[in-house]
Design a protein around this ligand. Structure first.
Ligand SMILES: [Zn+2]
Length: 468
């Protein structure tokens, strides 16, 4: 197979990406040798401009794939798995046990949302008198069940047979629960896929395990042109806004993602309380999926920092600030309507839905309260609108004044920054590096540093085979 001026293969592998090579979502990288085809991740494209790509045909025949390996359970790495099955894939799905558990929660939630969207579209079509079915789901429930049943758990750092002639090894990536990088050994050489790499000093996960030496490397570049501030600086900024809000009798609203950020926020609140950096307070977790993920963090402690894992082993709960109440059912927002001095943790992280919206409706208009963002707010989301300074926003169709203090605490990132990424690819001694999973500027910044160091950087294009 030739492409792009017939560059020579340095590893015996050829890459064909079906997503995650020219942007940050939709990760799906097919890696091919002469007689093996391994798909690493099958993620969903996310964002208003990207969603149509989830319906596009695969640039390869799913029936021709020998095996799938998942690096971690984020939707942008697993969300197209049921569709892959619906389109004919019938092989195993390898991942760490924790990633399989996370992926199941994530995929069932996505299936529920697909069903709700579909029901809404059908109601709309019926009202408009449109005949026929307005929207076909990307996959059926039994495709989801079938692909979940093909999960095969693999321990970290144990070489396993991926398919005929190909062996794999998973290493700790430090990104979210269960996250791994993957080394694939084929007849011609090794290709290493970073998956998403974690930061060096986050509260829950240790720094990524060093990579093995490799011929070729696919590396994520989410923050390849950025530097994160230290965890201590982040914790200080977070403590500052929580403390001043509680001291003036306000409520602190923290929108979080279910996986990793909810647990990081709960742990940080607990740590800051123990340090007397914030006053003791009620903390209400009103996030069913966040609670489910926290349960998985307790169940799979072996990818966590040893201090956290040790506490779990001794029956101590590192995700339980003293005043924690886990909301059951859907009535917490109503119950907290007149509350004062409460920390409320709920989804969704970018205010695109979830129970946090109910809390916002009651508390955003009060200047004693604070809305604290601890994650990136994408263009087109309510979170972004508020961060950008909107004075009034619509919540459930009603206009709400933005009177609460709006704070953004940077540094809760689950992604490696430029220094961590650079140390990692240098340690891999890769002969050819393909920057993926990043915006163009970030991918090019990393590629330039590879070239400056005397290495070879190659650019992956959606659906175009690239010899590595
Ligand atoms: Zn991720």
């Amino acid at each position: 197979m030739t492409s792009r001026g017939a560059e020579p293969s340095l590893s015996g592998w050829t890459l064909c990406s079906a997503g995650g090579c020219e942007g940050v979502t939709g990760s799906a990288h097919l890696l091919m040798t002469e007689d093996a085809r391994v798909l690493v991740d099958a993620g969903l494209f996310q964002g208003p401009d990207e969603e149509a790509a989830n319906r596009a045909p695969w640039p390869f025949d799913p029936r021709s794939i020998d095996a799938v390996v998942l690096t971690h359970g984020h939707l942008d790495h697993v969300g197209r798995l049921p569709r892959l099955w619906a389109d004919g894939y019938r092989g195993p799905v390898f991942a760490t046990a924790a990633t399989l558990a996370v992926a199941e929660v994530v995929l069932r939630d996505a299936a529920r949302i697909q069903a709700e969207d579909l029901a809404r579209a059908r109601r709309r079509a019926r009202r408009a008198g449109i005949a026929g079915d307005p929207a076909r789901p990307a996959y059926a429930d039994n495709d989801l069940e079938a692909v979940l049943a093909r999960g095969r758990s693999v321990p970290f750092q144990r070489r396993f047979t991926v398919c005929r002639g190909v062996h794999g090894t998973l290493g700790r990536a430090g990104h979210v629960l269960g996250a791994a990088w993957l080394a694939l050994d084929g007849p011609g050489g090794r290709v290493l896929v970073s998956g998403d790499l974690g930061d060096a000093d986050g509260p829950l996960h240790p720094a990524p395990e060093p990579p093995p030496p490799t011929d070729a490397l696919l590396i994520e570049t989410t923050y390849a042109d950025g530097h994160h501030r230290s965890w201590e600086a982040t914790a200080r900024a977070f403590a500052g806004v929580v403390r001043r809000t509680l001291e003036r009798g306000g409520n602190v609203l923290i929108p979080t993602f279910a996986l990793e950020r909810t647990q990081a926020v709960l742990n940080t609140l607990q740590v800051l309380e123990a340090r007397h950096a914030i006053p003791p307070s009620r903390v209400v977790l009103d996030a069913p999926m966040g609670e489910r993920m926290t349960e998985l963090y307790r169940r799979f402690p072996h990818t966590l920092r040893s201090a956290i894992a040790d506490r779990l082993a001794h029956g101590d709960d590192p995700f339980h600030p003293a005043g924690l109440e886990v909301a059951r059912g859907g009535g917490a927002a109503r119950d907290l309507r007149d509350a004062r001095g409460v920390v409320i943790v709920a989804g969704a992280g970018m205010l695109t839905g979830g129970r946090m919206l109910q809390h916002l409706a009651f508390h955003l208009g009060e200047s004693r309260n604070a809305l604290v963002f601890v994650g990136y707010q994408a263009e087109g989301t309510l979170g972004r609108e508020i961060v950008d300074g909107a004075e009034r926003v619509r919540v459930f169709g009603n206009e709400v004044e933005v009177a609460a203090e709006i704070a953004t605490v940077d540094g809760f990132s689950a992604h490696a920054d430029a220094p961590v990424l650079d140390a990692w690819w240098r340690a891999s001694r890769a002969r050819v590096v393909v920057p993926v999973h990043g915006e163009a500027a970030a991918r090019e910044a990393l590629a330039a540093r590879v070239v400056a160091a005397g290495g070879v950087a190659r650019r992956a294009t959606l659906g175009v085979p690239l010899p590595l």
